[in-house]
Design a protein around this ligand. Structure first.
Ligand code: 5GP
Ligand code: MG
Length: 211
């Protein structure tokens, strides 16, 4: 998998340090009296991409929090550009009167947040703040309000630390770009999963032997 990497954009130690900074800032902003009504927060993460970021972040927030989940698809399968955001599922609990902190992995076109924030407000959230680990250098991304941003990055397709390509690479500890060979190979690898082993070996050989 290491040989599929083109470039390490953000190494794991930098991610860890920034996550701790974000958590400190979020904790300060949500500690009474800074949070209105002495309220508690519900942290809603957008699956699947935010799961590692959210898991690391909340362990540095020593406040009483509840967790909600939302499943949104915008880069289905082997897509490297958004196909439009779709709400696929939710497990939110009762949001009435609660201060919600929405966590996503990356702000790109902004379509996901534009879809999800109104849903949380309709469910009675007292306030909705947004935290993203990454924000792409695109006008549409900057037009969408994010209260907490981990890193601003160039407009490139990235994977790792929860972010996927065709559901692969979420377990890479760094945030990276992929080699063109890896993109080509992983685009079809779901089909190869059910194909004979020879076909898989052939695909790996064609891509230079990496797996
Ligand atoms: P938006 O709705 O802002 O266009 O995109 C947000 C979602 O698209 C993210 O939550 C993420 O799932 C996906 N996405 C956007 N850019 C990238 C990227 O560079 N890499 C990966 N793996 N997913 C991305
Ligand atoms: Mg996502």
């Amino acid at each position: 998998m290491q040989s599929d990497i083109d470039r390490i954009l953000i190494p794991q130690d930098k991610i860890a340090a920034r996550v701790r900074e974000l958590a400190r800032q979020i904790t300060a902003d949500h500690t009474p009296p800074n949070i209105p009504d002495g309220g508690e927060i519900t942290i809603v993460q957008i699956l699947t991409g935010a799961f590692i970021f959210c898991g690391d972040l909340i362990r540095h927030i020593p406040l009483p929090i509840q967790i909600g989940l939302l499943t949104v698809s915008s880069y289905p399968g082997a897509s490297v550009r958004t196909q439009g955001s779709q709400l696929l599922g939710e497990q939110l609990g009762d949001l009435r009167g609660r201060h919600v902190l929405l966590i996503d992995d990356i702000l790109d076109s902004g379509g996901t947040l534009k879809l999800v924030v109104p849903v949380l407000k309709e469910k009675g959230a007292a306030s909705v703040r947004v935290c993203v680990l990454l924000r792409k250098d695109r006008d549409t991304a900057r037009d969408v309000m994010a209260d907490y941003v981990g890193f601003d990055i160039p407009d490139e397709f990235v994977v790792g630390y929860g972010l996927d390509y065709n559901d692969y690479y979420r377990n890479l500890p760094d945030i990276v770009t992929l080699s063109p060979e890896a993109v080509k190979r992983r685009a079809t690898s779901n089909a190869a999963d059910t194909a004979p082993a020879a076909a898989i070996a052939q695909a790996a050989a064609a891509a230079g032997g990496a797996a």
